[in-house]
Design a protein around this ligand. Structure first.
Ligand SMILES: [Zn+2]
Length: 222
């Protein structure tokens, strides 16, 4: 379970123009994608696997203040994952936020409305900088699992790396994201989280077991 900070940021001081402006009816606007980002360290010194809960909450808070000032909503992401393995839910799933510009080619609607934004704290692009810790991977996987479990998330919802998110502009023309976000060190994780779930073969297995038991009974009776 993510550490839930969503009530703290579902507040007028983090939502320019009022809270109602940012709310969404997810029955009308289901979640169609998850977009993975990184925060390349503009919000303070890097936080490692040993960072405290308090340091991480403070980091989420500086991100929230900065995004509110720049984009009108803070934080711009719905989830923030840390190298410690802690995952914070910062924005309610029923709000649109500010993490991915442009529109979904399939619907023509804004990604910020149709996608849930997950941010990995750290710089996963520049050489010699952070490598994703096992904790960070777990936290991202936890976010993906939680989001896919929402009743308003469409089945087989993909996870895109921000820079590789298929995007069009208002006229439907391709409008690439032009960013290396979430960084080449995080990109391999996308293959893992997008691997299809194994098929459910429990009914077939049960039938095979029942048949085997029937054969054994027959042999015993012979
Ligand atoms: Zn990004």
């Amino acid at each position: 379970m993510a550490i839930d900070l969503t009530d703290r940021y579902f507040a007028p001081e983090f939502m320019r123009g009022g809270m109602a402006r940012w709310k969404l009816d997810r029955d009308a606007w289901p979640v169609r994608a998850i977009v993975l980002h990184h925060a390349a360290g503009w919000y303070g010194p890097p936080l490692g696997p040993d960072a405290s809960h308090r340091e991480e909450e403070e980091r989420v808070h500086s991100l929230a203040r900065d995004h509110h000032a720049r984009f009108g909503i803070g934080p711009g992401y719905h989830y923030v994952a840390f190298p410690s393995g802690r995952l914070y839910a910062a924005g309610k799933a029923g709000t649109h936020r500010a993490h991915t510009k442009g529109r979904n080619p399939e619907t023509g609607r804004y990604w910020n409305v149709e996608a849930i934004g997950v941010c990995a704290l750290g710089d996963y692009e520049r050489s010699g900088r952070d490598d994703p810790t096992p904790g960070l991977r777990d936290a991202i996987e936890e976010a993906v699992e939680e989001i896919r479990g929402f009743r308003f998330t469409l089945p087989n919802t993909p996870v895109f790396g921000h820079g590789a998110t298929p995007t069009v502009d208002a006229s439907g023309d391709s409008a690439p994201q032009a960013t290396s976000c979430p960084g080449r060190r995080l990109t391999p994780l996308l293959a893992t989280v997008n691997r299809p779930a194994p098929p459910d073969v429990s009914a077939e297995l049960a039938a095979i077991r029942a048949a085997a038991e029937a054969i054994e009974r027959k042999l015993r009776a012979a």
